[in-house]
Design a protein around this ligand. Structure first.
Ligand SMILES: Nc1ncnc2c1ncn2[C@@H]1O[C@H](COP(=O)(O)OP(=O)(O)OP(=O)(O)O)[C@@H](O)[C@H]1O
Ligand SMILES: [Mg+2]
Length: 300
């Protein structure tokens, strides 16, 4: 079934993000549900992408297991196994199973931890005008989509309203109010990116860049990797076999929709335009393909 909005009678909703609905389960933590909504240019599109929420949840679950096996950092996942969800959620199997996870409640830190291994998007734009990307001076002569000498950490502020803005290291530290926490987030981000990029490379996918969120478990003070991890929504995935520096890599997942929207006269403020059925179907298939390739799960 496809799902674009969700209410669960009797279960309080904590927040409704661009893609996720988060419910408060009290002592059981949070219920974190990925809908089929697609956001592009920070606007929610009117058409859901069937099956997208399942793909995002399954892919994050794959990565949390992969990262745990390598001991990288504590994360918020409790379970994605619907049979183990609290009893009061069992009547909602049709809406929840496969697309939701129980997570530990955290206080999200007000930063977006971006890691870039390749030159694309706003990084490419900044490099072209200044030779610098978020305070990192890069070698001259790089082309669009070139690999960077090493992955760089380029954080952004997490704004409640409007677009996130790139910030430099002092501003990152100031937002967190603690240099040791800032260092920990940077180190964890670079580590998780490199573990993810390494696995994906073996599956024929380049992870050009990605964004992580971290939160504090207020009961224990522990810093946790939260939200979604290394999905096509939080990252740029490029098929390695079509990769060529100098050209905009072929669209993958969300990039496909973005490319379509770029052909329109739309000014990127709400309301966002509808998508043709063919773009919806091809995008849904791209998401499924990404999950199959990353997780090696033939059933998806
Ligand atoms: N373990 C957690 N505890 C509390 N909040 C969390 C946790 N994990 C993720 N979140 C928050 O839940 C929200 C997920 O919803 P979604 O991804 O749809 O939002 P978003 O549109 O990306 O975020 P925002 O609207 O804040 O920019 C994010 O705001 C994220 O910070
Ligand atoms: Mg999000």
């Amino acid at each position: 079934m496809d799902l674009s909005t969700l209410d669960l009678p009797g279960i309080p909703k904590l927040r409704s993000g661009k893609v996720r609905e988060v419910f408060d389960l009290g002592a059981d933590g949070l219920l974190f549900v990925a809908t089929d909504r697609l956001s592009a240019f920070d606007c929610i599109l009117p058409d859901p992408i069937p099956g997208k929420g399942e793909v995002l949840t399954q892919m994050s679950a794959f990565w949390f297991a992969h990262l745990r096996a390598r001991g990288s950092i504590a994360d918020h996942l409790v379970t994605t196994d619907f049979a183990r969800f609290p009893e009061r959620l069992q009547p909602f199997a049709a809406q929840l199973a496969g697309r939701s996870m129980i997570v530990r409640r955290a206080r999200p830190l007000p930063v977006e931890c971006v890691v870039r291994g390749y030159l694309a998007g706003s990084g490419w734009k900044e490099y072209q005008s200044t030779g610098v990307v978020c305070g990192h001076r890069l070698p001259p002569g790089l082309q669009l989509a070139d690999a960077l000498p090493e992955p760089i950490f380029t954080p952004a502020s997490k704004n409640d309203h409007g677009h996130d803005e790139n910030i430099d290291w002092p501003a990152f530290v100031a937002r967190l109010g603690d240099e040791a926490v800032a260092e920990k987030l940077r180190a964890a981000s670079l580590l998780v990116y490199s573990l993810g990029a390494q696995h994906a490379a073996g599956r024929g996918i380049i992870i050009a860049d990605t964004k992580f969120e971290f939160g504090v478990d207020e009961a224990t003070g522990e810093i946790l990797l939260i939200d979604e991890v290394l999905t096509p929504d939080s990252s740029r995935f490029w098929p390695a076999n079509e990769y060529r520096p100098g050209i905009s890599p072929p669209s993958y997942d969300k990039q496909f929709v973005r490319d379509y929207l770029e052909t329109l006269a739309w000014d990127k403020t709400p309301p966002a335009p509808g998508l043709p059925p063919e773009i919806i179907a091809r995008t849904a298939e791209k998401y499924r393909q990404a999950l199959r390739e990353i997780s090696g799960d033939a059933a998806s």
